[in-house]
Design a protein around this ligand. Structure first.
Ligand code: ACO
Length: 151
């Protein structure tokens, strides 16, 4: 598997991006603003992450996703580690990531990679998304923000 930065004239992997975020509008907005990285194997895109700088010291992972048939094989962890490396190489001190209160697997993965919960944005998913999002039998309402200090 190779992870590389997508060039600005290449089409983003929208099918993968929409696995992590059901809002095409939000996906388009952070793709325009940030840098998109893809994981490829045998010429096929199997994973993606998008990073957006929040300020000179802080970068946020706005989207991370693995193709459904390749989930649970360690690829998500490799993508997250690669995003942390990108942040370090570009001199950022802090990496942030946000996910839903119902995203149990994602919360597990991020904490296993060293992220710690920093804040909660109450009602984020009911304020900004039209549809009701359910995961693990829980309604996704609040955004849990996590942070990793890297240097
Ligand atoms: N429950 C508990 N732990 C989990 C779960 C789960 N559902 N999913 C992953 N983990 C843990 C694993 O146990 C593993 O830990 P280990 O290394 O100790 O064994 C670790 O997380 C890494 O697992 P991976 O196999 O690397 O995860 P995967 O390749 O499936 O990628 C991802 C994780 C990106 C969340 C993937 O499942 C996915 O694409 N999901 C749909 C899209 C999504 O929800 N993206 C995140 C939205 S938030 C955002 O984008 C900022």
């Amino acid at each position: 598997m190779k992870i590389r930065k997508l060039q600005h004239d290449e089409t983003p992997p929208n099918d993968l991006l929409l696995l992590a975020d059901p809002s095409r509008e939000l996906v388009d907005a952070y793709i325009a603003e940030g840098e998109c990285y893809v994981a490829e194997e045998n010429g096929e895109r199997i994973g993606v992450f998008v990073v957006v700088a929040l300020d000179a010291n802080t970068i946020e992972i706005k989207n991370i996703a693995v193709r459904e048939d390749r989930q649970g094989q360690g690829i998500g962890k490799k993508l997250l580690q690669s995003a942390i490396t990108v942040a370090k190489e570009n001199g950022y001190r802090t990496v942030e990531i946000g996910t839903g209160n119902s995203s149990i697997g994602q919360l597990s993965l991020y904490q296993k990679c060293g992220f710690r919960i920093s804040s909660v944005i109450k009602d984020f998913f009911t304020d900004y998304y039209d549809e009701v999002i359910m995961e693990n039998g829980i309604q996704c309402i609040d955004m849990i923000r996590l942070r990793l200090e890297i240097q």
